[in-house]
Design a protein around this ligand. Structure first.
Ligand SMILES: C[S@@+](CC[C@H](N)C(=O)[O-])C[C@H]1O[C@@H](n2cnc3c(N)ncnc32)[C@H](O)[C@@H]1O
Length: 354
């Protein structure tokens, strides 16, 4: 019988394995932070990690939540799209404001984290009548709205761009130069080339353009040539980081080299996931995706994203699609930047549909 599992295909029972011990008093590796991965068993631990300005492993600290709620002003009974559900932090706050009677449609492209987030939110008491979850790229926002019957759009749309801390901190995803891991970088691991495959195919001009456009890398051409010279031989995050370090060391200080490594990772990740293409598609659909008087807020994390949001909102104001837009970009408070350094680059803009 096709697809049915017989006794012989069933996985053999796994022998019990002891948790590997880590050296020293503080676990450094993501997998060793077993207490942070099971916060319900270790009360107080998450607060302790947060007090030290860090993000507990397997979690994400939501950014500018008060400001997001203020500009979106969600009201009971309203329909909200959270286009980037992530850990579900903003979604919880938005849901609390639209109760009773409101519904939140949460989207995310990440098939690994999304079921964990949905399970967490369901356990926290958000039932199917008020929380709808769909795994999809927000480039398909209108299709997702149609699928749940929101033909005339939503009252609120929110997007918090980029990666969650769960994605960044997991070495197996290959997003960070801080840990050795496969050079993957795909948010949706069922589609598209990995970063290693992308690097094998990109031309030198394309590499230089991506480094410059996606991360404002000042040494884009030199680094593009260095990446080209190691074509086909970069399989891990360490291979990529070492290629950049070797191209720059001796000419720059350690901090500057590290900043370049960070920018190269960011630029390639944005290209691999076509993040700017998805953002353009979202911005194009917003006028239709919002009901009259509906509000949108977008949190962005680098200049290429913010520029696109700013221009789309200004063009919408000029053509009277939007009745009002943010005059200035909003930034996290000094206190938030101190308590969550990952919030530092955040920029928030909003618009209200005419
Ligand atoms: C910064 S996190 C969101 C965190 C969330 N606001 C919270 O409070 O937990 C960004 C999330 O958006 C998702 N994402 C990024 N680009 C996306 C896209 N084009 N379509 C759908 N999801 C996307 C990522 O997979 C990630 O889970």
């Amino acid at each position: 019988m096709m697809g049915a599992m017989t006794e012989s295909d069933a996985p053999a029972p796994q022998p019990h394995r002891r948790r590997p011990r880590y050296r020293g008093t503080h676990p450094r590796r993501f997998e060793e932070k077993y207490k942070e991965h099971a916060p319900e068993l270790y009360p107080g631990l998450v607060e302790h990690v947060r007090e030290r300005g860090m993000t507990p492993a397997g979690q994400h600290v939501s950014i500018m939540t008060d400001e997001v709620l203020e500009v979106l002003a969600p009201r009971p009974g309203e329909r909200v799209v959270d286009a980037t559900l992530g850990f579900g932090g903003h979604a919880r706050s938005l849901l609390a404001r639209v109760r009773p009677g409101g519904v939140l449609l949460g989207l995310d492209t990440d098939a690994l984290e999304l079921p964990r987030t949905e399970e967490r939110l369901r356990k926290a008491g958000f039932g199917a009548e008020e929380l709808l979850v769909r795994r999809t790229n927000f480039a398909g926002l209108r299709a997702a709205q149609y699928e749940v019957g929101w033909v005339e759009g939503a009252d609120v749309v929110f997007a918090d761009l980029g990666l969650s801390s769960m994605q960044i901190d997991d070495p197996a995803r290959g997003f960070t130069f801080k840990f050795e891991g496969p050079l993957d970088m795909r948010m949706n691991r069922s589609r598209g080339p990995t970063a290693a495959e992308w690097l094998e195919r990109a031309t030198v001009d394309e590499l230089a353009c991506v480094l410059s456009e996606n991360a404002d890398e000042p040494r884009a051409e030199r680094l593009a040539r260095a990446l080209d010279a190691r074509r086909g031989r970069m399989k891990t995050t360490r291979d990529l980081a070492e290629t950049v370090q070797a191209a720059l060391s001796g000419r720059l200080g350690d901090d500057e080299v590290e900043s370049s490594v960070r920018r190269v990772f960011q630029a390639i990740r944005i290209a691999v996931n076509d993040e700017l293409g998805a953002l353009d598609a979202l911005l194009r659909q917003l006028p239709e995706a919002l009901r009259s008087g509906g509000r949108v807020a977008i949190l962005s994390f680098h200049s290429g994203e913010d520029r696109r949001v700013k221009h789309a909102f200004r063009a919408g104001l000029d053509s009277a699609v939007y009745a009002e837009i943010s005059d200035e970009v909003l930034r996290p408070s000094a206190a938030e930047r101190r308590s969550n350094p990952r919030s530092a680059p955040a920029k928030l803009r909003w618009a209200r549909r005419a």
